[in-house]
Design a binder for this molecule. Structure first.
Ligand SMILES: [Zn+2]
Ligand SMILES: [Zn+2]
Length: 399
């Protein structure tokens, strides 16, 4: 008679049990982080069951139907939480492009947790790593190294990408409240799901004319909105290194795209961002729509955040030169393909356009925020951020 499965396969049972615990405690890694990082990329299906449920939950619309209030909640939660992803996970925790108080920082982390993209520290660690190794073999989500689908969704399911390396984000890991939220990263999403279900149930009783229910609000507001939000965010990892224009000749293949900037509230200006990561805005000019920046700017007027970092003049000058050269190249290309095209006219127009661009860029700096740094919470931020830009020379060196 054969031994029971658990007795004959102790390591498999132990691993499966560990995965279940990790759904709730992301830092429970009995085999050790180093062991996971030493592994090759492979999907951890058991660990990913909550992520699969998130997508599968969208099918619930078949049973719960729809109502205008449920759909509008879905749309609103998409954009509000996209702001949290880009304005908090990215521009605050990953790059510290503005300042807030320690309590404000905690509130930001809770808000960003509603996006259901794991904890802010996990997010920041992986994102800083991306900037250090963009489009190199070490880059966990480069479409050029790993292919489109791995960069879009595969990398987040890989066993070796689940742990947070707290030693690489010491400026954040020194706050136990942030580590707690990062470790138990399912708490905030569960609270959001419960809140939506409860709200829907209440509306069904107090406002039956809205034709919604708790289940309907849960399916639309949580499952559908969060799934779309994930894929909208994932476009930054996949499409923005493939699709769009390159203003700056960075060492990676990052690109600028208005369409992606609209979907992601400003993250589509990815080539700008890869050239200079420390500033709050990613659309460097007024015509590069960056809704996250507008929201952060408005938030700064309340005093909740401050110290938004401007685009350095040397970077704007570099951008003006790059745009000028691209215009010349486009004119030469057009002239070579259309013999009647007069390059001499463009020679008169282009320098004037470049001068206007430089003047506009200079004027945009006049309103740069001057508020002093806050408490010690941010003292090491600049050093932390600039260390990430090791592959791209500092702006002064290029001016
Ligand atoms: Zn990138
Ligand atoms: Zn970044």
């Amino acid at each position: 008679m054969s031994a029971p499965f658990a007795a004959s396969h102790p390591s498999i049972v132990r691993r499966a049990f560990a995965r279940l615990i990790q759904w709730f405690d992301a830092d429970y890694i009995p085999e050790g982080r180093d062991a996971l990082w030493a592994e090759k990329d492979r999907v951890d299906w058991l660990r990913c069951i909550p992520f699969i449920i998130l997508h599968g939950g969208c099918l619930g619309v078949i049973w719960v139907g729809w109502s205008p209030i449920a759909v509008w909640t879905t749309v609103a939660l998409y954009f509000v939480r996209m702001f949290a992803v880009t304005g908090i996970h990215h521009r605050y925790f990953s790059h510290k492009s503005y300042s807030t108080s320690r309590f404000g920082q905690f509130l930001l982390a809770v808000f960003a947790g509603t996006a259901v993209q794991r904890g802010s520290l996990w997010w920041a660690y992986h994102h800083r790593h991306h900037h250090q190794h963009s489009d190199e073999p070490e880059d966990a989500h480069s479409p050029h190294v790993h292919g489109f689908w791995w960069s879009h969704i595969g990398w987040i399911t890989s066993r070796r990408n689940f742990p947070t390396d707290y030693t690489k984000i010491r400026d954040l890991a020194k706050y136990p409240e942030l580590v707690f939220l990062n470790r138990f990263d399912l708490i905030v999403p569960i609270l959001l799901a419960v809140a939506l279900f409860t709200t829907g149930g209440l509306l069904a009783h107090v406002a039956p004319g809205l034709h919604t229910t708790g289940a309907q609000m849960l399916v639309w507001g949580f499952f559908v909105s969060t799934t779309v939000l994930f894929h909208g965010t994932a476009c930054i990892n996949s499409f923005t290194h493939l699709w769009g224009k390159r203003r700056f000749d960075t060492t990676d293949d990052s690109r600028n795209s208005l369409v992606l900037a609209l979907i992601t509230l400003g993250e589509g200006w990815h080539n700008n961002h890869h050239r200079y990561q420390a500033c709050t805005r990613q659309g460097f000019y007024w015509w590069e729509i960056d809704i996250t920046y507008y929201g952060l700017k408005a938030l700064s007027w309340t005093g909740f955040i401050w110290g938004l970092k401007p685009v350095p003049q040397s970077i704007l000058d570099e951008a003006a030169r790059a745009d000028h050269l691209h215009t010349i190249a486009a004119a030469q290309h057009a002239a070579s393909h259309h013999p009647d095209y007069s390059l001499s006219n463009l020679k008169k127009v282009v320098p004037a356009a470049a001068a206007i661009a430089v003047a506009t860029a200079t004027a945009s700096q006049a309103a740069a925020p001057k508020k002093a740094e806050g408490p010690a919470i941010h003292r090491d931020v600049t050093e932390e951020t600039h260390n990430l830009a090791k592959k791209t020379p500092p702006p002064a060196a290029q001016s």
